[in-house]
Unconditional design. Structure first.
Length: 250
């Protein structure tokens, strides 16, 4: 894993240098949460400015654009959105994110070429690097047992408002291990194990300190458990315990 991280750091720094030296915008592939954490760790070493986008406002997987200071032309991200629908809605299965990702990777498409996958009712939107668009549309004709058709759709036309389940709770502190244990319904020791193994992220940055203090508005992502938004400013109980609310992304 360390070798992969070193390769990613080298690749990102090379892209930044190329943007600065050639005065062009360069792009990474889509970065996952762990890769975004590494990106932010080395951001002060970049030779150019940068921007991040996943194609829409709430994207988790994002692409980095390295932008030279003396840029003289307009540019846009090489991101397309492909909309898949079942050919016959009557016989369509209830497809999941895992089903869609499996079908695409079975076609030989690497994960880093794909951004977020949004499954909403019978419509599936896949964000991808634009060099993959035609190949996906031509070859992804079946997901599980459901025959589908795909078409390119304008990224600017896509809108998505995540659904939340809102809950209230009381904790002894706003330490990360305490909050994580509460929202994921785990023991404190299980939460600490998740954190120590690098599977907890605050605002896309990996946090491995149990005593990290969560702030109101923080987005907590926990591998294999989900994503949560923390709202902390709701006062204390008579016994001094902290009232807070959290939203579960559904």
């Amino acid at each position: 894993m360390e070798q992969d991280e070193q390769y990613l750091k080298k690749r990102l720094l090379d892209l930044s240098r190329r943007a600065d030296n050639k005065n062009i915008v360069t792009f990474s592939n889509f970065l996952n949460l762990n890769e975004l954490h590494i990106f932010h760790q080395i951001s002060k070493e970049f030779c150019s400015s940068f921007q991040l986008s996943g194609g829409y406002c709430h994207a988790e997987r994002q692409m980095a654009a390295f932008v030279p200071d003396a840029l003289y032309y307009a540019w846009e991200y090489p991101i397309d959105a492909v909309l898949f629908r079942p050919i016959n809605a009557r016989f369509a299965e209830d497809l999941t994110h895992r089903d869609v990702l499996g079908a695409l990777m079975h076609l030989g498409i690497k994960r880093e070429m794909l951004g977020d996958i949004i499954v909403k009712d019978l419509e599936i939107t896949v964000f991808c690097i634009n060099s993959m668009t035609s190949y996906m549309i031509d070859n992804c004709t079946k997901i599980r047992h459901t025959t589908v058709s795909g078409q390119k759709t304008a990224v600017s036309d896509f809108s998505y408002q995540p659904k939340f389940i809102e809950k209230e709770s009381v904790v002894s502190s706003l330490r990360l291990d305490t909050i994580l244990a509460d929202v994921c319904k785990l023991t404190r020791s299980a939460a600490q194990k998740i954190i120590s193994e690098g599977n907890a992220f605050i605002n896309s940055r990996r946090i491995q300190q149990n005593d990290f203090t969560c702030q109101s508005g923080d987005i907590l992502s926990v591998r294999h458990y989900g994503k949560f938004q923390i709202e902390t400013s709701y006062g204390v109980t008579r016994k001094g315990r902290i009232k807070y609310r959290y939203k579960i992304y559904s």
